[in-house]
Design a protein around this ligand. Structure first.
Ligand SMILES: NC(=O)c1ccc[n+]([C@@H]2O[C@H](COP(=O)([O-])OP(=O)(O)OC[C@H]3O[C@@H](n4cnc5c(N)ncnc54)[C@H](OP(=O)(O)O)[C@@H]3O)[C@@H](O)[C@H]2O)c1
Length: 445
């Protein structure tokens, strides 16, 4: 592994140098164990501690198949799916691996008693499998997390509709929180040259998801002037949704839960901000019944911030706790676009407000190849910026996931894999200098 790192750090390494490197037999990776999937039984979601279930250990390098690439991972990031995997909710991810393993002898490689997790990476291509022409050893890359087989016509219009669509590092093995990762080569995209490894690894999953959910015609299809209510506006998804709204000429109404988070939204350029903690919204009276007066109070607050207008789009992901309010506050003909249910997936809303006001609920999930590419292109052009607040070492991924689980973080939390320290891998200093304040906006003071 040292030779690989030396080649990456040397300024004059050639593709031939990388092709000549020996790929080691094993590598360090963050895993969960199948025989520990019941370890948190009887505990509440909050009590389940990723620091107990996430291991850092040496695992064998998988065999490289056709259309695939092995990547030396310099940095990765924690996504909420790493939290779900680590607390075995809503289900242990080993079920996904078992199902995938039944697809083909090659897919069988993924069905193991351990799961290498992680759905983001920035790094360098080490080897490519048969049939890969677009990438070669030595290429500096990031990877999006859409893994599809594309053997059915269903996925050829919109790759997210492929019946064998999976999220790499969540529903497949050999993810990015590791020193080496296995990806399908069509997950690879050029690493933005003005960013460090950890900055480049941070946006991937959430940036692509927010792009489809908010900007793409497959999602809400946001347009100039739209009022967009963004839950968790300084969080993983929300920090990109806020940037897309601002960059696209829309008007984000950012919901956050602290002064500090409100300040981060202001730094991004948002003006309309709602502190849900300070304003004490309580949409559920108890476990079973919602409080429509609280929906109305939120609606009134939104109108105060917009000069009397309602929201065209609600960017939804908290789920059960907020969904009734989200449907209520959307304007006539507007759209609630949802990609998650962090607080519970059995949503309740008053359907009269939906049908009588001709609103739409749109489901959105990650992004197709093209959308992920467009989202990365915007990062590479300095139109959208990474929202990295803090970086951990690979050994401390459990703590990093704990921070995200407990909502102690801002924006994105990064993980250094092979990169020995932060700040390495920048290839375009001039462009970086131009955007440095925006790049550092989320950094802890
Ligand atoms: N389908 C997909 O492709 C996809 C992709 C990415 C993420 N997701 C899912 O989306 C969810 C959010 O992911 P993320 O990366 O943005 O996580 P994150 O970094 O934790 O940000 C979520 C933010 O939502 C807010 N929030 C949390 N619980 C809330 C509640 N009960 N009511 C109102 N606001 C709440 C919090 O902000 P405040 O405390 O400041 O309000 C939090 O910072 C997760 O469930 C994740 O699995 C799905």
């Amino acid at each position: 592994m040292n030779q690989i790192l030396d080649a990456i750090l040397a300024p004059d390494s050639t593709p031939e140098d990388f092709a000549a490197l020996t790929v080691p037999d094993s590598y360090r990776a963050v895993t969960v164990h199948k025989d520990e999937a019941g370890m948190f039984e009887g505990l509440s979601t909050r009590e389940k501690d990723p620091r107990k279930s996430l291991h850092v250990e040496e695992v064998p390098v998988p065999e490289l198949g056709p259309g695939e690439a092995l990547v030396a991972v310099m940095a990765s990031s924690v996504n909420y799916n790493s939290v779900w995997t680590s607390i075995f909710e809503p289900l242990p991810t080993f079920g996904f691996l078992e199902r995938y393993g039944k697809l083909s002898p090659l897919a069988k490689r993924h069905d193991l008693p351990y799961h290498v997790i992680g759905s983001d990476l920035a790094g360098v291509v080490l080897r490519t499998g048969p049939g890969v022409n677009a990438w070669k050893p030595g290429d500096e890359v990031v990877a999006h997390c859409l893994s599809v087989e594309l053997e059915s016509a269903d996925g050829h219009d919109d790759t997210m509709l492929d019946p064998e669509q999976r999220i790499w590092g969540f529903e497949t093995n050999f993810g990015g929180l590791a020193e080496i990762a296995l990806v399908k080569s069509n997950q690879l995209m050029p690493k933005p040259r003005h960013l460090s490894w950890e900055e480049a690894a941070a946006p991937g999953l959430v940036n692509s998801t927010a792009y489809r959910q908010l900007v793409s015609r497959n999602g809400a299809g946001m347009k100039q002037g739209d009022n967009v209510l963004i839950w968790g506006a300084s969080g993983g998804l929300g920090s990109y949704a806020t940037q897309f709204a601002l960059a696209g000429g829309a008007n984000p109404i950012c919901v956050v839960s602290s002064d500090k988070k409100a300040e981060i939204c202001r730094r991004m350029g948002a003006e309309a901000i709602i502190d849900r903690s300070a304003e004490g919204y309580k949409f559920w009276k108890d476990e079973h019944e919602q409080d429509p007066r609280e929906w109305k109070r939120l609606g009134k607050r939104i109108r105060e911030l917009t000069g009397g207008e309602d929201v065209d789009i609600v960017f939804e992901h908290p789920g059960r706790e907020t969904f009734g309010a989200s449907v209520y506050v959307t304007r006539k003909g507007g759209t609630v676009v949802t990609c998650a249910s962090t607080s519970g997936y059995k949503h309740e809303y008053d359907n009269r407000y939906l049908w009588m006001s001709l609103k739409r609920i749109v489901g959105s999930h990650f992004a197709n190849y093209r959308e992920a590419w467009e989202a990365n292109r915007l990062i590479a052009k300095g139109k959208i910026h990474p929202t990295l607040s803090k970086t951990y070492r690979l050994e401390d991924t459990g703590q990093a996931a704990y921070d995200v689980h407990r909502n102690l973080h801002q924006g994105k939390v990064g993980v250094l894999c092979l990169a020995p320290e932060e700040g390495m891998g920048v290839r375009d200093e001039e462009m970086r200098a131009k955007h440095i304040d925006a790049i550092n906006r989320f950094r802890n003071e």
